[in-house]
Design a protein around this ligand. Structure first.
Ligand code: GCO
Length: 262
């Protein structure tokens, strides 16, 4: 049974794998045996990340391209498949958030979030999926969110993108399951990363809110996602299609509790 979780010999591409949840997932996949490829639009982020991975005993291949630019993705995927090998596992992790009330949000800012968080994963899946379909096997993991299911003030663009990403996951799963390509999602709850740092500082009302709203009573640690990512990247999930697994400390399981109640 444990062998079915083994990723030896597999090539895993983690977009935005230079920090945060992407780095934690890539580290978990590496520990399960995968060869890791990361991308970022910023060369300096890539350089720093390669060094950080190396300090943790992990050799990664790094490529700079923009997931929202179809020509860049097409060319980069071809180079990666030439230089590293066919991509067996794609983690669509790269993304941004813009916390602005809808009435105040520029349409251009809304479009930018949709472009990076939803159109980017589509473009990546289209060009990596081609090879997977041809080889008759592959795993795609889309990084969804609590906002794939729930709204909250100030994140209309992000929630729209992550809700769409859940449905893109289901649709690609529908189209590619017959080729033995499994497309699933991971929905992180609230994790201690740079992306949540502004709303996690001591004394910030949101910090208190999340601790109270999460049955586990804490922010997640990025390493908490690795096991689910290994499962969805491995043979152990070959009959799992179009699912989003929420790693959220119980947030989506509960209506919450009155402030102060244990
Ligand atoms: C926010 C947070 C969330 C989390 C994550 C939850 O502003 O609400 O940043 O978006 O990062 O997406 O699943």
């Amino acid at each position: 049974m444990i062998q079915s979780f083994n990723l030896d010999g597999k090539v895993a591409l983690v977009t935005g794998g230079t920090h945060g949840l992407g780095m934690a997932i890539a580290t978990g996949l590496a520990k399960a045996g995968a060869k890791i490829v990361i991308n970022d639009v910023f060369e300096d982020k890539l350089k720093n990340a390669v060094e950080e991975y190396k300090q943790n005993g992990i050799e990664v291949a790094a490529y700079s391209f923009d997931v929202t630019k179809e020509e860049q993705v097409k060319a980069s995927v071809a180079i990666i498949e030439e230089e590293v090998g066919g991509i067996d596992i794609l983690v669509n992790n790269a993304g941004i958030i813009n916390r602005t009330p809808a009435l105040d949000m520029d349409v251009s800012d809304f479009r930018q979030v949709i472009d990076i968080d939803l159109v980017g994963p589509f473009i990546m899946s289209k060009y990596v999926g081609r090879g997977m379909v041809k080889r008759g096997s592959g795993k795609i993991i889309n990084m969804c969110s609590m906002m794939s299911e729930l709204g909250r003030n100030s994140v209309s663009a992000y929630a729209s993108a992550k809700g769409g990403l859940k449905m893109l996951t289901r649709n690609l799963a529908t189209e590619w399951a017959k080729y033995n390509v499994q497309v699933n999602g991971i929905g992180p709850g609230y994790f201690a990363t740079s992306q949540t740092a502004p709303i996690r500082v001591d004394g910030h009302p949101f910090n208190e809110f999340i601790i109270n709203r999460t049955p586990a009573g804490k922010w997640g640690d990025p390493s908490d996602l690795a096991g689910t990512a290994v499962f969805l990247s491995s043979q152990a999930s070959n009959f799992v299609n179009g699912q989003v697994i929420y790693v959220d400390g119980g947030i989506l399981a509960t209506i919450g509790k009155p402030h102060g109640e244990e």
